[in-house]
Design a binder for this molecule. Structure first.
Ligand SMILES: NC(=O)C1=CN([C@@H]2O[C@H](COP(=O)(O)OP(=O)(O)OC[C@H]3O[C@@H](n4cnc5c(N)ncnc54)[C@H](OP(=O)(O)O)[C@@H]3O)[C@@H](O)[C@H]2O)[C@@H](O)CC1
Ligand SMILES: [K+]
Length: 502
């Protein structure tokens, strides 16, 4: 599990660290890691470091200081280093001295012979001719998108960019990208990941995030967010133990779909079949279609005949009328864990009396997309998706899985997991029905509700990428539908289990 800390938490931890290690030493350690990473990028792209042209984009704070020191280290490897100063009066003095001593070149962004965009000739030549660029424009103190001169310089870069701490122009806390921002090949960050490395468009802008230990670990405290790694998921994914039988692994009940729209039922029940080896029951008007697709599912037409289950996955395609309401009353009164999606969420939002049917201590998972979330919360979803999910989770005493390119999973006690797969292959109709069935199956097998959401969401996005044979948003792959995603689930489970056993 990876932790993610806010800039305020990082700064507070740094203050404690500086009582043991002087600040300049910490900065040099950070900068050295930037230099090593830049050398690696240069080697990969050009076959070496000596003689290659490195440009440092240097803002007026310590982020720029890191870049200047990194430039001084890169001079030792024989790179030709040019620092482009965006705020010459504020550029980090010790960093400047170090680069000058190492015989790096220093120019001003808006220096002599400016072009029509106001960029000085030396800066323009350097940026356009670079083999690699180090982004030290702004770091933890960033506010808003890149300012015009920085934006213009970044626009002209064609070389790979190594971002110091975070890609300049993104919001460090919310991950919002509201204007010009750096697209990094690699981001070298210090002490702990920040929200922008794992949230939304900023996570994509960060590229490959390399975390460098600067001695902060003991001072960081509880992380603001957590990210599951493949091995975390594989280690806890339920598989049959030698002593298990079909009942001991959990029986899940799926209440989804309708006679007119049986697809949601087929997908949710199929997802449950592929998630665990326990038994799957289906209750609803699509029983015949479900049986035809999944002979292993025990299907019945009415929720009242469903038989015993250990958890319910409810909602997709049940409708928001009186029969949907009856289904909700039944599953909420059962006292078992419930994963409520789609129409189930709309029903809960429009009829608050349904909450009274819920057993107070039974775990409840709500898996809204943005529109359903707004119905639940009563407010438009803004940039701070983490804060919003946390608030709704606390209000309803439920785990809230807020769907989006970054999935945010908030527990009622404030813990938050995020799943950012850096791709959008799961964005296809029916994909949510699959996720609901997966979460329900994990709940039935006894996995904690917050963790179940994290595991299911990780495997779900992995299954989509496997099915699409795709990687990043602009990488290879072909479009998939939810049935293909579902078919990818077993292989996705195999890969996370292999990671855990490795
Ligand atoms: N603490 C430590 O010892 C360690 C810290 N480390 C490093 O320090 C970094 C934090 O440094 P920092 O606090 O000096 O601020 P930093 O992010 O460089 O910003 C500088 C100035 O930029 C400006 N600015 C704001 N928004 C902007 C925008 N959108 N576009 C353009 N400019 C913008 C704003 O100034 P303004 O112009 O508004 O007066 C702001 O004050 C951290 O990320 C890490 O790299 C590492 O060395 C490890 C040890
Ligand atoms: K930066």
């Amino acid at each position: 599990m990876q932790g993610v800390w806010t800039p305020d938490q990082i700064r507070a931890a740094e203050q404690r660290l500086f009582t043991r290690t002087p600040e300049p030493a910490v900065m040099r350690r950070a900068a050295f890691a930037v230099a090593v990473q830049t050398a690696q990028v240069l080697t990969e792209q050009t076959g070496g470091v000596a003689g290659r042209r490195v440009v440092l984009l240097v803002g007026g704070g310590n982020n720029g200081g890191d870049a200047l020191w990194a430039g001084a280290f890169l001079r030792r490897r024989g790179a030709a280093v040019t620092a482009v100063l965006l705020s010459p009066d504020k550029a980090h003095p010790a960093g400047l001295t170090a680069l000058r001593r190492a015989r790096g070149r220093i120019v001003e962004a808006t220096g002599a012979s400016p072009d029509t965009a106001g960029i000085g000739a030396a800066a323009a030549d350097a940026v356009e001719g670079a083999d690699a660029v180090v982004d030290g424009i702004v770091g933890l103190a960033a506010r808003g998108p890149l300012r015009p001169v920085a934006a213009e310089l970044v626009r002209r870069v064609t070389a790979p960019i190594v971002a110091v701490d975070l890609p300049s122009g993104v919001d460090p806390v919310t991950g919002a990208v509201e204007g010009a921002a750096v697209q990094a090949e690699v981001t070298v960050t210090f002490g702990g990941r920040k929200p922008c490395h794992v949230l939304g468009r900023a996570a994509v802008r960060s590229g490959d995030v390399q975390l460098v230990d600067i001695g902060l670990d003991d001072d960081l405290g509880e992380p603001e967010l957590r990210v599951l790694e493949a091995a975390d998921v594989g280690e806890r994914w339920p598989v049959p133990r030698p002593e298990d039988d079909k009942y001991s692994q959990g029986v899940i009940g799926v209440a989804a779909g309708s006679a007119t729209y049986p697809g949601a039922a087929v997908l949710a029940a199929g997802a449950a079949v592929r998630t665990t080896s326990g038994m799957v029951r289906y209750a609803g008007p699509a029983a015949d279609v479900v049986r035809a697709h999944w002979p292993e599912v025990i299907a019945t037409g009415s929720i009242t005949d469903a038989g015993r289950v250990q958890a319910w996955a409810v909602g997709p395609g049940i409708g928001t009328g009186s029969s949907g309401r009856d289904v909700m009353l039944h599953v909420l009164r059962s006292g078992h864990p419930v994963c409520a999606d789609a129409d189930a969420i709309t029903l809960l939002a429009k009829d608050p009396s349904l909450w009274d049917a819920r057993e107070p201590d039974a775990p409840l998972v709500l898996t809204p997309h943005a529109g359903e979330f707004t119905r639940l919360s009563g407010d438009e979803l803004g940039i701070d998706r983490v804060g919003a999910a946390r608030e709704v989770a606390a209000r309803y005493d439920a785990v809230v899985l807020l769907k989006g390119n970054t999935t945010v999973i908030a527990a009622p006690d404030g813990r938050v997991l995020v799943n950012d797969s850096h791709h959008a292959w799961p964005s296809t109709a029916g994909s949510g029905d699959v996720l609901t069935g997966m979460i329900g199956a994990l709940l039935a097998s006894g996995v904690d509700a917050w963790e179940a959401c994290g595991y299911a969401s990780h495997v779900h996005s992995r299954a989509a990428a496997l099915a699409a044979r795709g990687t990043g948003g602009h990488g290879v792959g072909a479009p998939i539908g939810a049935s293909a995603l579902l078919a990818g689930v077993p292989e996705a489970i195999r890969t996370v289990r292999a990671a855990a056993l490795a």
